[in-house]
Design a binder for this molecule. Structure first.
Ligand code: FHN
Length: 435
């Protein structure tokens, strides 16, 4: 199918959804979607990529809003954006080396700049920059080659499109004229989503963000979600709206908090039965910020991954590539170290679900098949008291099989962890069931 035919087909599909808004009905995920959810829960660890024209100033992805830069000025970054050192092979290999099983990359962030060859406007990396190529197309092909699944983060919030009107909480310094047509904006957004779902092969999912900008608006979610599931039934839909999942969503995400915590202040929502994912940054920035040197340690990042698994959730760890397309060395170094840990201990993470001991300050538990894994992350004493776990008769260190003393007391278990048994990052103990 040539590009003109594709475009016509896409327009017909989007129009079909436009003229007959999907009738509100309870979403029934397809068998392929249910299978994709299982895969997602088993995958456990993904790479988040925030990359766009905002990488040129290097002050984070909110630079347009934070510095009140009007569109006429912000657009001047585009001619400077020429990521000739971008290598999809390097990025995908970095994700694989870290032990990550999927990538979620920004197809469009709040600045409205599309990182793909959209035909809906010229505000995109192909038409507006000297680079003139489609990095998402390169990434999709490389992910297929290396066996990594690809999700697209797509911002519903748009600081550039004149039809994103009335404005919500943000975007008031962009300099757009009053009086856009929000329905026309949603058609624009759906047309771009249709391009992503038609032109980039199998899309593992769409990671929405930005509804929080105007929560009271009619985002016509059912129309958008039906379009996505019509084009690719197995594509998993999630939205970072900080509410309980809406009908049509296939996973629930949290940001900068484990499910059930709320250190960020916007994670007060209940935990659903859908597959769960939490996301975090290596430093403090999502988009490239050359001034942010607040890099988390390898131990902290591994603990976040382990605690997410203990909370029955995936961990989506972010990198923000530089305007050159390269990834800064501090990120590469940490991801490599996480990969070495995952090579040795991944069996206690991949394919697991949250274990029978709910997360504790000292650590978490994961389980797979009949095995229960204790991840003791922060414990300095000789003995660790555990709740009663019927049928557990022994314990040994994961990997070395070194037996550990485990006493059954009235109402619980007492595990002995002599100093020599402890690991500085994660002491992984396998609890043994009666034969
Ligand atoms: O505003 C965005 C932010 O730029 C980033 O994309 C994060 C990632 O989850 N989500 C929003 C902030 O909650």
């Amino acid at each position: 199918m040539n590009r003109q035919t594709t475009k016509l087909a896409l327009l017909l599909i989007v129009a079909a959804f436009g003229s007959h808004p999907a009738v509100a009905q309870t979403y029934q995920p397809s068998d392929s979607n249910l299978k994709a959810r299982q895969w997602f829960q088993d995958a456990k660890f993904g790479m988040f990529i925030h990359w766009g024209v905002y990488s040129v100033p290097g002050r984070g992805e909110w630079v347009m809003e934070n510095e009140k830069i009007p569109i006429t000025e912000y657009e001047k970054f585009a001619p400077q954006f020429n990521p000739t050192q971008f290598s999809a092979a390097d990025i995908v290999s970095l994700a694989k080396a870290a032990g990550m099983k999927y990538i979620t990359i920004t197809s469009k962030h709040h600045d409205g700049f599309a990182m793909f060859a959209t035909r809906q406007n010229k505000w995109n990396i192909v038409d507006a920059t000297p680079y003139g190529k489609d990095p998402l197309k390169q990434l999709a092909e490389e992910c297929r080659k290396q066996g990594i699944k690809l999700f697209f983060y797509h911002s519903q919030l748009d600081w550039h499109n004149p039809d994103y009107f009335p404005l919500g909480r943000t975007g008031h310094s962009a300099g757009r004229p009053e009086g856009g047509d929000f329905n026309r904006y949603l058609e624009f957004m759906n047309a771009q989503l249709a391009e992503l779902l038609a032109n980039y092969g199998d899309v593992a999912g769409i990671w929405f963000d930005g509804m929080w900008d105007k929560p009271e608006a009619d985002w016509q979610l059912q129309r958008t979600y039906s379009l996505i599931h019509k084009l690719q039934p197995a594509a998993l839909i999630g939205s970072n709206h900080h509410h309980a999942p809406f009908d049509g969503e296939d996973f629930q995400m949290f940001e900068k908090d484990l499910p059930g915590s709320n250190t960020a202040g916007f994670n007060q929502t209940s935990i659903s039965q859908l597959p769960l994912e939490t996301c975090e940054t290596v430093n403090g920035a999502w988009g490239y910020n050359k001034n942010d040197k607040n890099f988390k340690s390898v131990t902290d990042l591994i603990h976040y991954l382990v605690r997410a698994a203990g909370a029955n959730a995936n961990f989506l760890l972010n990198i923000g590539p530089m305007p050159s397309g390269k990834v800064q060395p501090e990120f590469v170094e940490r991801l490599g170290a996480m990969g070495q840990w995952m090579q040795k201990n991944g069996d206690t993470i991949y394919g697991t679900r949250g274990g029978p001991i709910t997360p504790r300050s000292w650590g978490v538990s994961t389980q797979k098949g009949g095995d229960i894994f204790l991840h003791v992350l922060d414990w300095k004493d000789e003995y660790l008291a555990l709740p009663d776990l019927p049928g557990i008769t022994g314990a040994h260190l994961f990997g070395s099989n070194t037996a550990l003393e485990l006493k059954t007391l009235a109402g619980g278990l007492l595990l002995r962890l002599p100093p020599a048994s402890r690991d500085p990052i994660d002491t992984i103990v396998v609890l043994e069931r009666a034969k």
